[in-house]
Design a protein. Structure first.
Lengths: 509, 148
């Protein structure tokens, strides 16, 4: 009952006319940027972060809820119509969505993905509410060793699930963690790895990381593959985005299954929307009476994964709000949004700023409704965004990136850091290094450092005592399982020639 | 082992980055406050970066290099120069002028030949962005040489 009371308070905040407007603006901006090819949710949020700088925390977070869900949804339009998914979680949507579009059923594919996102978003937000409150209850009973273990779990799973090469994932993770520790040490005031450069004393902000690695890196990537890029074959949308009665009937069960799978996977730190959409696709193919239609335009292959990746986005917020631990590249950027306001998500925030936390949760419900209300009628507008000539689009992204970077601290030296990270991001992408672990490491580095050192004080410097506390040991065990399981599944996939299993979980932007 | 193998080169770069991290970690003074000093985790992370590099170099002996798309060196190099110049000019020249210049230049590098359209679109976009941030969102952008 207490939850309902808090939620009612949240709705009272979020439904204030001004806040409602911010939620709608957030959804529109998030979708508009998320639709653009090559721009995933982590980058969308980074690019839009400065828009909220002038606001008070409550409206800023309400807008953020809208941006978050809008960005998650936006990618599906691109996948269905252009077959160039904006984020890895929409890769699966492209398989059958694009085939549907080729058959002239683009409207139905867009409709099932919009309604599926709404169903999933609503279920996931409900789950988020219950899950985050439960975690907050648990959080007061766990100490630094367990926090340390959960973060190692997040890193192990994002590393284990993020691609095919273990050393490349290890590089990305370890380098990200090290980068996260650059600057002043909070506990002793010592400068670490600044090499006498005073601009590095404040550390490397995660927003710089996201913009450098994704935005600038993406522009380099586009420039370097320009000649090789063939003119894309874009499908047109004829008529309104609507499903037939039969298509609707075939979508309902996949929406519900996808929502549950997506939410559960999303809650696990490290496993992101990409994994959940792959799993949902596999489940739908197995459950379908017409598995032969998959890959040729089966509506279930769009409905399930689309519901699933949106539910995972909600699930990802559970460890973020409940424990203050981001489990994906996208939530790593969300942490930056909190930090800009001097806030640390986690159990304390629930007691200190209930208006903000519950306002954010309520605004996620509102964002969902807004998405449904806006997306189907406005789909023609989103499609128009795909008409922007590519050279202008990428030139524009660079300008917005520069504004985003500069507006954080008004420091020109941050632009140098972003340039260097852009070069790194380009090289990593070209040579197939996963980028999400680097971004996650950047955020988790300082948190791991803090909890490890606090935990070691508790155990008088005994590492073994730290990792064998029952809670910590169980969590670390789960982490090992998460790392080893996909390797086994992939090996099985490769040996038995099942390509979808062998490709399990390519990196989540 | 072939040193032209991209994983071997990547591994060497990773080792170099790891050495930089480790050097930074080991030169951090330990103030002996608490049980674990500020240099411990950076040293571990630096060592892991070096380990990943060694792993890549060694593994490149028996894996084939991942097939990479041929690079278009010219647009890549030009965009690197353009972006570096933009970031360098952002504050001294000001947001509006430097951004319009980048917009037109970048569009040209990426194949646009409609310079008049690009200039028009770039100016409209940059001015709108400037108005949004400076006036509506109260985020100060560098003025540069323009007297506004």
């Amino acid at each position: 009952m207490e939850i309902l009371g808090s939620l009612a308070g949240g709705f009272a905040t979020a439904l204030a006319p001004q806040n409602l407007l911010y939620a709608f603006v957030g959804v529109v901006l998030g979708t508009a940027i998320g639709v653009l090819p090559g721009i995933g949710p982590a980058l969308t949020i980074s690019l839009l972060l400065p828009v909220t700088f002038g606001l008070d925390p409550v409206p800023a977070f309400i807008m953020f809820g809208g941006i978050y869900y809008g960005a998650m949804y936006g990618g599906s339009t691109t996948s269905i119509l252009v077959n160039t998914p904006g984020e890895s979680s929409s890769v699966v949507t492209a398989i059958d969505g694009y085939q549907m579009a080729k058959k002239g059923r683009a409207g139905a594919a867009l409709a099932t993905s919009a309604i599926g996102s709404f169903v999933a978003g609503t279920i996931a937000t409900l789950g988020l509410m219950v899950g985050a409150v439960a975690l907050v209850g648990l959080a007061v009973r766990i100490g630094p060793p367990e926090y340390f273990a959960i973060m190692i779990l997040a890193l192990l799973s994002v590393t284990g699930l993020s691609g095919t090469s273990v050393p490349k994932a290890l590089f990305a993770t370890a380098f990200g963690l090290a980068l996260g520790l650059v600057g002043m040490d909070n506990q002793t005031g010592q400068l670490r790895m600044t090499f006498g450069i005073s601009e590095l004393e404040d550390g490397v902000d995660v927003v710089l990381g996201a913009i450098g690695l994704f935005a600038v890196g993406e522009v380099f990537w586009v420039a370097s593959t320009w000649l090789a890029q063939q003119a894309e074959e874009r499908q047109t949308l004829r008529g309104p985005a609507r499903m037939t009665r039969e298509e609707f009937g075939r979508s309902v069960a996949p929406w519900l299954r996808g929502s549950v799978v997506g939410f559960i996977i999303g809650v696990l730190p490290g496993a992101g929307a990409a994994i959940s959409s792959f799993m949902s696709y596999a489940i739908e193919k197995r459950a379908s009476k017409h598995p032969e239609e998959f890959g040729k335009g089966a509506i279930e292959g769009v409905a399930g994964p689309e519901a699933s990746n949106n539910a995972a986005a909600g699930g990802n917020l559970v460890p973020l709000l409940g424990l203050g631990i981001p489990g994906s590249g996208t939530t790593a950027v969300m942490i930056a949004a909190f930090q800009i306001y001097g806030l640390q998500p986690g159990p304390l925030l629930f007691t200190q700023r209930p208006d903000l936390v519950w306002g954010l949760i309520a605004s996620l419900y509102i964002a969902n409704v807004a998405l449904l209300v806006l997306n189907l009628p406005l789909v023609g507008l989103w499609v128009k965004l795909l008409d922007i000539p590519k050279p202008l689009l990428y030139a524009g992204i660079l300008v917005v990136s520069a504004v985003g970077v500069y507006s954080i601290d008004r420091r020109a030296s941050d632009l140098v850091v972003v340039f260097a990270l852009g070069v790194l991001g380009f090289l990593m992408r070209r040579y197939d290094y996963p980028i999400a672990p680097l971004l996650l490491g950047l955020v988790l580095g300082p948190l791991i450092d803090l909890n490890f050192r606090r935990g070691m004080i508790m155990t008088d410097g005994d590492v073994l005592a730290l990792i064998t506390r029952p809670g910590a040991a169980a969590i670390l065990g789960l982490g090992l399982l998460l790392v080893l399981a996909p390797q086994v599944v992939r090996l099985y996939g490769r040996m038995s020639g099942k390509r979808d299993l062998a490709r399990l979980g390519e990196s989540d932007g | 082992m072939s040193w032209r193998h991209s994983d071997a080169v990547g591994g060497l770069l990773a080792i170099a980055l790891g050495v930089v991290v480790l050097a930074g970690a080991l030169t951090t003074p330990d103030v002996a406050f608490g049980v674990v000093g500020p240099a411990v985790l950076p040293s571990i992370f630096g060592s892991l970066v070096i380990l990943s590099g060694l792993w890549l170099v060694v593994a490149s002996r028996w894996t084939s290099a991942p097939a990479a798309v041929t690079l278009d060196v010219r647009p890549l190099a030009l965009s690197a120069v353009a972006i570096a110049a933009y970031f360098a000019a952002f504050v001294p020249l000001g947001f509006v002028l430097s951004s319009i210049a980048l917009f037109v230049g970048m569009a040209r590098i990426l194949g646009s030949r409609a310079s008049a359209r690009d200039l028009l679109a770039g100016t409209a976009f940059v001015v709108a962005l400037y108005a949004l941030f400076q006036m509506l969102l109260t985020v100060d952008l560098p003025q540069g040489v323009l007297p506004v």
